[in-house]
Design a protein around this ligand. Sequence first.
Ligand code: NAD
Length: 395
Amino acid sequence: MIIQPKTRGFICTTAHPEGCARQVQRQIDYVKGQAAIQGPRNVLVVGASTGYGLASRIVSAFASGANTIGVYFDKPAEGARTASAGWYNSAAFEAAAQEAGSKSFSIVGDAFSDEIKAQTIDLIRSELGSVDLVVYSVASPRRVHPKTGEVFSSVIKPLGDTYTNKTVNFHSGEVTEARIEPATEDEVRQTIAVMGGEDWQMWIDALREAGVLAEGATTVAYSYIGPEITHAVYREGTIGKAKNDLEATALRLNDQLSSQGGRAYVSVNKALVTQSSSAIPVVPLYISALYKVMKEKELHEGCIEQMYRLFSERLYAAQTPVDEKGLIRVDDWEMREDVQAEVEKLWAELSTENVYELSDLEGYRREFFQLFGFDTEGVDYEADVNPEVAIPNLR
Ligand code: NAD
């Protein structure tokens, strides 16, 4: 099959196996070029196939030599349809991890369900005994509640007032004004149910009850704060409410785990191009301006650099530094005053006419396609490629 990108809005419906494999290898090579970390031994990553979860899994395996189990929601190729990017990423990761001598296993299915939790526990018991790090990196538009069956949808909306700000169509470069009506109370409730901490708590409870969470285990989930420009739609909007809930869950989990020497954290990460962030209005334009400034200042990081820094300088440092709210911050370079001052200056001037000059929209777009294995050096996109790729240790 000749595989080309096919986009629908901010979604790309095709993925390229060879390109995804190269993107994963690039991340592995980065980690191999860094110092080893005295980190975790057996790791469970929930939401492990793309973005921050995948990078966490790569750092665990290749900087710390850990065995990993990845849980994710991805689809294999079928007929004329390619597999999803996360499928190809995971296949490439597992092949490389095995070659490097780490055990790695995949469970594909709905992490919110009781069945997938039970299946994961069985796998931990039979293959690893226990896990000493649980990374929770799920980003999803919906969740079926495992006890009540209620279906929740998350929305990205402001609270109280209509929000207007600049946004960009990152395919055409057109800068327009996004106008988002405020959320209803029920939308807030549903967004918290999807992106808040309840499912993370359920995972940790289930692992503890089953006796497969090692003594002194660490767990971490990811959050975002970001600049004033996006506050109304992100941090002070529906998703921010969900993140507040996630952060409160970390404090609760930390209390519960600390009696056995365990720890729970939320790490606030940098804004980056991922499948989830490209769906948020305003954010792609902000990221384009941010990339421009951070690249010029030689401060730019992608998911893998962020996660390597999280593991080496935060989670597995002699002491884990946290802010006054107990949060780990690896968004520190993004939030630096000089960086934000320049982004703000650019923001005021950005328009369709100057967007490629004032921001790194081209870089944004390239990274977007790279998420799906396109626009990747060394891949012949005219060549026939087999879309059916097996994940070595799929359970
Ligand atoms: P992503 O879309 O790249 O990854 C999401 C992962 O969740 C994928 O592996 C996907 O398969 C998995 N997933 C989704 N629904 C699932 C389900 N029902 N069952 C099992 N797996 C499921 O997202 P990301 O941007 O890496 O986000 C991960 C976390 O990081 C989120 O909490 C997000 O808010 C946070 N974060 C993201 C950014 C950013 O800019 N991208 C910044 C800071 C924090």
